[in-house]
Design a protein around this ligand. Structure first.
Ligand code: 2AL
Length: 176
């Protein structure tokens, strides 16, 4: 997909393709659509990050809260978004032993109790052992550090989702 195809998209088409580049935050995609035309595909990504950076702390926390737990209830019940399902599977979270799942659930709960938002990490750049290790270590951080770390991970997730869209391509929108 080249940037001309992106610039030709109407709002609904843009939302269809890019609506979940930040998990369950289509408002970000909706805001970025107003920043077109984009000079390149990577400018779409830059505008997403500009928008996130412009948010107050409460907005950044809100983005983190939109993320599902790793190996949480939604994974078990099959209600994750398609992207999240694929990411969690690739990190090996669909094949945890009972003991591993219980440990991750306990750490996730402790993290949420301390910070008030879920632990977020780019699952595709990790695996179940690294996730467990990182969760244990990040639990010791101050809340201000964890917001920054969490948002950094959100950007990594967004980058890979955009790469996926770019790789798969999308049919050229037909003009209405
Ligand atoms: C996720 C998710 O759903 N995909 C990913 O890479 N990370 N969730 C999370 N809490 O880190």
């Amino acid at each position: 997909m080249d940037v001309d195809a992106v610039n030709c998209m109407n709002y609904e088409q843009f939302l269809d393709v890019f609506g979940n580049i930040i998990e369950k935050c289509p408002i970000i995609t909706a805001a970025v659509w107003s920043r077109r035309p984009f000079a390149s595909f990577s400018e779409v990504e830059d505008k997403v990050y500009d928008f996130i950076e412009s948010l107050p702390i409460s907005g950044k926390e809100g983005i983190l809260r939109c993320h599902p737990d790793l190996a949480g209830r939604e994974l078990t019940s099959g209600t994750l978004t398609m992207e999240s399902q694929q990411e969690q599977r690739q990190a090996g979270l669909t094949s945890l032993t009972t003991r591993e799942r219980e440990r991750l659930t306990l750490l996730n709960t402790q993290y949420k109790e301390k910070f008030g938002f879920p632990f977020v990490i780019c699952a595709k750049r990790s695996d179940k052992d690294k996730i467990m290790e990182e969760l244990n270590s990040r639990l010791q951080n101050d809340p201000s550090v964890e917001i920054l770390k969490g948002i950094d991970e959100v950007k990594k997730i967004c980058h890979l989702r955009l790469q996926d869209i770019l790789r798969k391509g999308t049919p050229l929108p037909t003009k209405l």
